[in-house]
Write a protein that binds this ligand. Structure first.
Ligand code: HEM
Length: 405
């Protein structure tokens, strides 16, 4: 039976998988009037979109930034910062920016910080273990990635509460909430506060050079290019934002899935070496970023659909990740799944810069949580998913446990 295909309905936003399954079989490149976009649901087609960055552009804020006065001031203010984000640029700018940022975000930098990430995990758990209960989202999954990315960037730990508040204000807009009416004013406050904050911090780091990401960005050089101040500030906001809104959801969605699949949880408890593979499978089954948004730069035919220049296109990676044409038993959680070429971190030139960081954080976090809380259970049968299009996350994840004698 054909489901109601309106992805803006809160019920569908909370559980879009039945709609995606129907679309993959019957209308794989679907014109959604409510989203004013083409919804691309098959693995092969999502790849086709990502493989043609010249046809499916990521640049959707620079026009707004340059727009005449007719665009609302708060919309333009948000665009002013977002337009410089790596993720919203096309080549050749993207190539230059990515080369420079990649020079700072290196495996060596990550490895150097591994002990500090582990220490942050243990400290958060220390504060909870004796309580016997927590909301995993508020008490662990939210603070951990925020602490880690702030630490890597070189922001003082005492600023975290403000940073989180500003980032939340932006998240409601960028997350694509289907229930929030107009969130530009809030997004503007968030993004401008973050930009002011990083600009001030950058001034300090210019005076006294540091070895953190901000310090490295100031000194980065790649093929004769360097980063301008606006670009550094804007991309600090991006790293801060991308660095925690997404990983929070990987941690909470992942633990929820594990607790809902006791056989798989037992498998992981018995073999902690399975954690890296488990993280990949959790990313596949409940992808924290279900979709991105691209703009067609020319008229193009995709599986028979006549996409026109300027049209919005949504490559739905969370549908691609459950496409049975690519993954046998696609809806089944199998922590040892191999091969597992999921698209949770995107693909091609925009492949997630932070993938190694979130993989490391999640692997260390799941190992520690399961080791320190051996008798863990869900304290609510039906945690609610946020009705968002571009981030998939739980509103809360209440847990309880008993400690071994
Ligand atoms: C589970 C966690 C994460 C998920 C699921 C995720 C997902 C994604 C996806 C799907 C893209 C591609 C966007 C597109 O094609 O439009 C992307 C890009 C990006 N991500 Fe992540 N991300 C995660 C964590 C992080 C972290 C921790 C950071 C940084 C600290 C980060 C930084 C970035 C950046 C900078 C880009 C843009 C890359 C480019 O355009 O070249 N992400 N991410």
């Amino acid at each position: 039976m054909r489901p109601d295909l309106d992805l803006k309905r809160p019920e569908n936003a909370r559980d879009p998988y039945p709609v995606y399954a129907w679309l993959r079989d019957h209308d794989p490149v679907h014109r959604s009037d409510s989203l004013d976009a083409w919804v691309v649901t098959r693995y092969a087609d999502v790849l086709a979109v990502w493989n043609q960055p010249g046809v499916f552009s990521s640049d959707r804020f620079r026009d707004v930034r340059a727009a005449p006065e007719s665009v609302r001031p708060d919309v333009r203010a948000v665009a002013a910062v977002l337009a410089d984000w790596l993720v919203f640029r096309d080549p050749p700018d993207h190539t230059r920016l990515r080369g420079l940022l990649q020079k700072t975000f290196t495996p060596r930098q990550l490895e150097k910080n591994r002990p500090r990430i582990q220490a942050a995990i243990e400290a958060l758990l220390d504060a909870q273990v004796a309580r016997g209960e927590m909301d995993f989202v508020t008490d662990f999954a939210f603070p951990l990635p925020a602490l880690v990315i702030s630490m890597l960037l070189g922001a003082p730990a005492e600023d975290i509460e403000s940073i989180k508040e500003w980032s939340d204000q932006l998240a409601v807009y960028l997350g694509g909430s289907v229930v929030a009416e107009d969130n530009f004013a809030e997004a503007r406050t968030g993004v401008e506060s973050l930009a002011d904050y990083f600009r001030a911090l950058l001034r300090e780091k210019r005076r006294a050079p540091t070895d953190d990401l901000m310090g490295l960005m100031l000194r980065a050089e790649h093929e004769g290019h360097t980063l301008g101040e606006d670009e550094i500030v804007s991309n600090c906001v991006l790293l801060l934002f991308a660095g925690h809104e997404t990983t929070t959801n990987l941690l909470a969605n992942g633990l929820f899935l594990l607790l809902r699949h006791p056989d798989q949880l037992a498998r992981l408890r018995a073999d902690p070496g399975l954690a890296p593979s488990a993280v990949e499978e959790l990313l596949r089954v409940e992808s924290p970023v279900p979709s991105t948004l691209k703009i067609a730069t020319e008229d193009v035919d995709l599986r028979g659909a006549a996409i026109r220049r300027g049209d919005r296109v949504l490559p739905i990676l969370s549908s691609a990740n459950r496409d049975p044409r690519q993954f046998p038993d696609a809806d089944t959680l199998d922590l040892g799944r191999r091969p597992n070429r999921h698209l949770a971190f995107g693909w091609g030139i925009h492949f997630c810069l932070g993938a190694p960081l979130s993989r490391l954080e999640a692997t260390l976090a799941f190992r520690s949580v399961l080791r320190r809380l051996p008798h863990l259970a869900l304290a609510s049968d039906a945690p609610r998913w946020r009705p968002w299009l571009f981030f998939r996350g739980l509103e809360e994840l209440p847990l309880r446990w008993t400690l071994p004698e």
